[in-house]
Structures are given as structure tokens and as C-alpha cells.
Design a protein around this ligand. Structure first.
Ligand SMILES: Cc1ncc(COP(=O)(O)O)c(C=O)c1O
Length: 401
């Protein structure tokens, strides 16, 4: 008899062998030091880092590290339980108030990741008769959250609109208005900054069209927070929109705001209250580690104290984009810190990334299933931690490539 485990092993080997033989196998690099503008990578030595979301250079900031250590000393590792059973530590409450104030909304609630925050928002806040309208290139966590919603709450409808295209969104909203099955709320959801394209959602136009049709606007600004707008509030600030122009934000603490982990939903008091009362990731999963909450609080404090970090990031982005173009590569025009170089073929992207590592530059090649088949790319990411020497090293390596 062939056992289930044998069947599984055969199937798993087929996939893994295919990945190896076609050059698509991902090799995880071993870091021998902390994440910064430069880090030490096993087998490659000191490399300039251009693949981290450490946009503000806070992941290894001494104050962020110290806040985490102090937090752990004071509060221990955690409550060994979920929050509704064993309570909330003061740093969580402080963090949530700080995030709400930073974004200019009524309330926020933290999660162990933004993946978790996205997984909480739609299944909890939507009900049968609601419709969720999603940009076709939204992050995987948004897509999965919507899929989950339609499974656990049958009767929640879903559809997509053409990437970042207001006319397509308007048509979808107009169709929804005439659909008798849509009896509840209409939700429109977008990334603020798209993680693979590096372009930005037209939030000003989206707000207008959502108002026209009375729809709720949800923005995952994981790559916009700390990066976009004069003071790093995010993509809404880039458009001079007040925080409340967006009904709900989701975001991560694992990128610009400290870089460890963690996420949040921010928005109306009612929405947050429902997430606390009914969200499955809230009711059945432990809180963000308190040390991470302390580090994230410190990261937001540093951002508020040193807005010049956002200015430096912007200058670095302009310099790098110009240099990448001068090196002969096409990079999408955008003010964001994500600079994708499209090379189409996954194996090619992985091979190029390996060659860059040999040249002392850490850039990762992305292929299927992270991006659609045929759209493989090198994703270059810029940080405020980079100095000119790092950016020049990147450009020189790209020229050699
Ligand atoms: C747009 C977006 N949303 C959510 C996430 C998930 O964030 P986290 O790592 O906090 O789960 C990511 C991370 O890649 C992201 O880019």
C-alpha cells in the first residue's frame, strides 16, 4: 500500500526538483550581523543591502534596540495568552494610541503581523450582502483575507478592478450599485504603495469616487508609512489628504517602523471595537511581543523627532533611480523607495541576484509565485541608511551586470 506520507513525499519532491532544475529554487542567505545599510552575509562577506524594507534605517538603531531590551526586562516575554484573557500591557496601549495619533484616526489595534491585521479586517467587519472591491495587484495578504471572508461568511461578494485605474474602479462601483445582491456595505481596498511595482495608488481620486458611491476606503500602507509624504505619515500625506480621508488603514511595523514584526488596523473606534470583540486573530492568538511594541513605539518617536530621515530617503531614491537608468536598466517612474527592474524570467532574476551578491550588493530576484509568470524582476529598495558610497556601489555593480 502506498501511504499518504509516501504520496506526499513524491509530490513534494517533484516540485522541489523542478524548482532546482529550472533555477527557481530560493536560497535563504545567512546573515552574520544585524540589518543595516551594510550587513555581513555568509559566503559573501560585507554587502550593501538593497533588498530590505528598512526604509528609515531604524532596524538596528541603538534606541530602537535598547527600547526592546528594556521592554523585555520590565514586562517579560509576554502574557502567555491572548489579550482578552490575560490583559494588555501598557506598551501595547501606548503603541495603539501613538499609531492612531500618527495617522490622524480615532483608534488602532496591533497584531503580530500586517498579514494578521489584513486577515482580521475583512472577515470580521464584513457581513453577507457586502461587496469587497480590490485592486488586481493588491498584496497577497489582502487577497487571502478576501478569499477567507467569502468562505467563512457566505454571501460576502468580491471583485477586482484594473490595477490603479480609477475608471475601472468607477465602473465596478456603478455595476455594484445596480446589483440586487449587494445589500450591505461596499468596501474598496488598495495597497498605498504597491510592493512589487513600486507605484502608488491614486488615493485622492479614489476617495472622490468612493464618496460618489458611498463606499468605504481601506488602504494597506505597509510600504508607504514612514516613506511617503513630508513627515512620513504615508501615501495619504503624499496627496495632502488628512488621515481621516481613509476609513481604515492596515500597516506593518516590520518595515520602516522598526523592522522587527507586527502590524495594525487603524480607523474608526467602532471598527476597532468590533475587531477586539470579534476578530479571530484577536481572540485566538497572542499579542505582539511586548519588546517589539516598545521598539515600535521608539521607532515612531524617532520618526516624529527626525523627519529629515524621510527627506534623506527621498534624495536617495532620486539619486538611485537616476543611476539605475544610467546603468541601462528600465525602472518604473515613481517617488517610492521600491525600484523594480523587470527581467521577465525567474531563473534570470535569480542568477542576476547571485552575481550582484558576488559584487557585494544584496538585491533579490523575484519570480513566480511572488509575481505573475513572465514578470520576474530584481527589486531594488532604497533606505535613508544608505550613503552615497552605497548607492554608487549599487550603480557600479548594475553597470558590470
Ligand atoms: C502591502 C503589504 N501588506 C502586508 C504585508 C505583510 O506584512 P507583515 O510582514 O507585517 O506580515 C506586506 C509584507 O510584505 C506588504 O508588502
Amino acid at each position: 500500500m502506498t501511504t499518504s506520507l509516501q504520496r506526499f513525499n513524491t509530490r513534494a519532491d517533484e516540485v522541489l526538483n523542478m524548482l532546482r532544475s529550472t533555477g527557481q529554487y530560493k536560497h535563504l542567505q545567512m546573515l552574520e550581523g544585524p540589518m543595516d545599510a551594510v550587513t555581513k552575509i555568509k559566503g559573501y562577506g560585507e554587502c550593501a543591502v538593497f533588498c530590505s524594507n528598512n526604509y528609515l534605517g531604524l532596524a538596528n538603531h541603538p534606541e530602537v534596540v535598547a527600547a526592546g531590551i528594556e521592554g523585555m526586562k520590565k514586562w517579560g516575554a509576554g502574557t502567555a495568552s491572548v489579550r482578552f484573557i490575560c490583559g494588555t500591557f501598557t506598551p501595547h496601549e501606548t503603541l495603539e494610541t501613538t499609531i492612531a495619533n500618527f495617522l490622524g484616526v480615532e483608534a488602532a489595534y496591533s497584531f503580530v503581523s500586517c498579514w494578521n491585521a489584513n486577515e482580521a479586517i475583512f472577515p470580521t467587519l464584513c457581513e453577507p450582502g457586502d461587496l469587497i472591491i480590490s485592486d488586481e495587484l493588491n498584496h497577497a495578504s489582502i487577497i487571502d483575507s478576501i478569499r477567507l471572508t467569502s468562505v467563512i461568511k457566505k454571501g460576502v461578494l468580491k471583485t477586482v478592478y484594473k490595477h490603479n485605474t480609477i475608471e475601472s474602479l468607477r465602473e465596478t462601483l456603478a455595476t455594484a450599485q445596480k446589483n440586487p445582491e449587494v445589500t450591505g456595505a461596499v468596501w474598496v481596498v488598495t495597497d498605498g504603495v504597491f510592493s512589487m511595482e513600486g507605484d502608488i495608488a491614486d488615493l485622492a481620486a479614489m476617495r472622490k469616487v468612493c464618496d460618489e458611491f458611498g463606499a468605504i476606503l481601506v488602504v494597506d500602507d505597509s510600504h508607504g508609512t514612514g516613506v511617503m509624504g513630508q513627515t512620513g505619515r504615508g501615501t495619504h500625506e503624499h496627496y495632502d489628504l488628512p488621515g481621516k480621508a481613509i476609513d481604515f488603514y492596515t500597516g506593518t511595523l516590520g518595515k520602516a517602523l522598526g523592522g522587527a514584526a507586527g502590524g495594525y488596523v487603524a480607523g474608526t473606534k467602532r471598527g476597532i471595537e468590533l475587531l477586539v470583540q470579534r476578530g479571530r486573530p484577536t481572540l485566538f492568538s497572542n499579542a505582539l511581543p511586548v519588546s517589539v511594541a516598545c521598539s515600535a513605539n521608539k521607532a515612531i518617536e524617532i520618526l516624529a523627532r527626525e523627519p529629515e530621515r524621510v527627506g534623506k530617503l527621498r534624495e536617495n531614491v532620486q539619486y538611485a533611480r537616476k543611476g539605475i537608468k544610467a546603468a541601462g536598466f528600465d525602472v518604473l517612474d515613481s517617488p517610492t523607495a521600491i525600484c523594480p527592474i523587470i527581467v521577465h524570467d525567474t531563473a534570470k532574476a535569480i542568477a542576476m541576484s547571485k552575481r550582484l551578491l558576488e559584487l557585494g550588493v544584496f538585491v533579490i530576484g523575484f519570480g513566480y509565485p511572488v509575481v505573475p509568470e513572465g514578470h520576474a524582476r530584481l527589486r531594488v529598495q532604497i533606505s535613508a541608511a544608505h550613503e552615497r558610497e552605497h548607492l554608487d556601489k549599487l550603480i557600479a555593480a548594475l553597470k558590470k551586470l
